[in-house]
Design a binder for this molecule. Sequence first.
Ligand SMILES: Cc1ncc(COP(=O)(O)O)c(C=O)c1O
Length: 343
Amino acid sequence: MNRTDNLVRPNVRALVPYSCARDEYEGKEGIFLDANESPFGPLNRYPDPRQRELRASISNLKGIAEENIFLGNGSDEVIDLCYRIFCKPGTDRAVIFPPTYGMYQVSAAVNDVGLIKVPLDENFDIDLSGVTPLLEDERIKLIFICSPNNPTGNCMDTGRIEFIIRNFRGIVVLDEAYADFSGRPSFVEKIAQYDNLIVMQTFSKALGMAAARVGMAFASPEILKYFFRMKPPYNISLLNQQAAMERLKDIRPVAVQTDTLIAERKRLAEKLEMIPLVEKVWPSDANFLLVRVKDADKVYNELIAKNIIIRNRSREVSGCLRITTGTRSENDRLLSELNNISI
Ligand SMILES: Cc1ncc(COP(=O)(O)O)c(C=O)c1O
């Protein structure tokens, strides 16, 4: 047994996965009487359960072999699968670095997995002295690292990420949902080097396809074989596979949009800093800004009343709001409404 097999829950290791009709016969031509589908209508057939065309397109785009690519119904499905594959409910544990993306905690609770929280340090970076004593703990199966981190917006220090991957006996899940806005190299290139690394990316952010629910996981085939076994057979609909394929046909507009958003993020941050109720704007490697204001609840509610919806993160980070970068005109509306609020 290799290291991954050892980390996988015994029932998952022994699982005989459901073999669906489209797994057993992969051809596209013929009279299909095998899946109890209707013979009528444009959407009558089940989609490819392994999303081969879409994974081939992603492989082309990123220069990563198809066998290293798994697709989930959003990254949220990948997060849930990580818990279900590696963590025995009620026994095993995972580590997160709060404040961070909320689904790591919700998914842990759903799967009855205990969470160990190692708060980020004063620069919102990983506190290595807090996590190092945990790296040898046999009950800890997963460590989630979000970089760039939501809601703080910054990338974690590369050396600290790599230290954890190298020294942790379990699986590191590195969430790069916002990586396109950071200008930093992705850790995807390192999946061949580290057999305990899963890198997540998504179609929901820079690729502009949150509605389609397509999340990507990059890892060794030894890890991904369990994801293919555990997922529901048809986890990405045909419509969503097609929409994602369409998006990848010409990727040039995405680069332009990403550059536009990065420029807008800078302009928005500079303008926000000039507003009296704004106390601090943190530098961001993502498509949003973390902003501390005087009376966050009041500012949030007043913006809602003007039909401008941002995220109130003051429960997670004292006094803070999270503001997504919109179009120039959307950002201008936000700025002018903020200037009108008196505190
Ligand atoms: C850090 C992070 N990871 C993952 C997700 C979810 O991605 P998806 O839409 O692919 O489920 C989000 C959504 O906001 C996020 O902030």
